[in-house]
Design a protein around this ligand. Structure first.
Ligand SMILES: C[S@@+](CC[C@H](N)C(=O)[O-])C[C@H]1O[C@@H](n2cnc3c(N)ncnc32)[C@H](O)[C@@H]1O
Length: 304
């Protein structure tokens, strides 16, 4: 499998990342450090509660991942995700512009496979997977936000799929038996999970021997300022919970996975509109000069 690394320019990417990113009052904040401290979730439970609350709002339409204006999201690219143009099985109602890649593209899905989509949201990638695994296969979606599970189930019902099921549960403690899944996929979720070691161990546990995963996620290279990492808004919008790329790949190997490989990656240029919520002008410039970067990666690995 070849490794691609494309640089995403500001023209290509949305100048914000996630719910709340385009809140005018936050964007105009003159004292970012004070705002950050007030918004920082302190514990794993608090982080999960904040994540759940944000995605519940998105699921019921009370918040969006981006602004409506053209200054935010481009027409053909959603948030920081890949375009699904022409992808068979794409369902517009399931696309809430929350992804950061296209994991099914590299997941080597085959007819008859049992596929598990972690943090399935409204079912975007689960339905693409269903198109490939067919009626003989099975797709399971897992999400900890009830409103997302409800939306995904409603979508599945509308589509008439009886082999696509969505479950409420936590990736850190999955409600599935050991060795029951052929392929695990996920799109822009694992960065949100506080205990990634537990998440990777659970991925390993539920996969059959010889099974594999293909996940799109956010990681970073270099050093990311604590202010960025800790910002609740950016966390929910996929940045502050991200791990360093090498540590992420190492943790997957420590969980037992072999042949761990970044099959696609690109740099995400976070625009000032998002960074100014947590960093002052000098800090933003220092960040830009440092070579540190936020990356979207799609990672593949095998359970031997
Ligand atoms: C950025 S959205 C991505 C949704 C979907 N994969 C997509 O691309 O449209 C993250 C989703 O992961 C879910 N999530 C976050 N942390 C989770 C966890 N620990 N366990 C299960 N679901 C989680 C959220 O509820 C949310 O629906």
């Amino acid at each position: 499998m070849s490794t691609e690394l494309n640089v995403l320019t500001p023209e290509d990417t949305a100048p914000c990342c996630g719910p709340g990113c385009c809140d005018d009052t936050a964007a105009e904040a003159a004292e970012p450090a004070t705002q950050t401290a007030a918004a920082t979730p302190q514990t794993d439970a608090a982080i999960k509660a904040a994540v759940r609350e944000k995605y519940a709002q998105i699921a019921v339409g009370a918040a969006s991942s981006c602004c409506d204006s053209s200054a935010c999201c481009g027409d053909d690219i959603s948030m920081i995700g890949d375009a699904y143009d022409g992808v068979e099985g794409y369902v517009a109602e399931a696309d809430l512009s929350l992804g950061c890649g296209l994991p099914t593209e590299y997941a080597n899905l085959q007819p008859g496979h049992t596929v598990l989509d972690l943090g399935a949201g409204a079912g975007l990638d689960a339905f693409v997977a269903r198109r490939i695994v067919g009626e003989e296969g099975r797709v399971l979606g897992l999400d900890m936000t009830q409103e997302m599970v409800d939306k995904a189930r409603a979508n599945a019902q509308t589509l008439g799929y009886d082999n696509v099921d969505f479950y409420l549960g936590d990736i850190e403690a999955m409600p599935f038996d050991e060795g029951t899944v052929d392929v695990v996929i996920s799109n822009c979720v694992l960065n949100l999970v506080p205990d990634k070691k537990a998440a990777f161990a659970e991925m390993y546990r539920v996969l059959k021997p010889g099974g594999h995963f293909c996940v799109s996620d956010i990681v970073y290279q270099g050093q990311m300022p604590e202010a960025v990492k800790r910002s609740a808004e950016l966390y929910v919008g996929c940045v502050a919970g991200a791990m360093q790329r090498e540590a992420y790949l190492g943790a997957l190997q420590e969980a037992g996975f072999a042949e761990v490989e970044v099959v696609k990656g690109r740099v995400i240029d976070i625009p000032d509109e998002a960074l100014q919520q947590v960093l002052g002008p000098a800090e933003r410039e220092a960040l830009r000069q440092s070579g540190s970067a936020v990356l979207s990666v799609t990672v593949y690995g095998v359970k031997r």
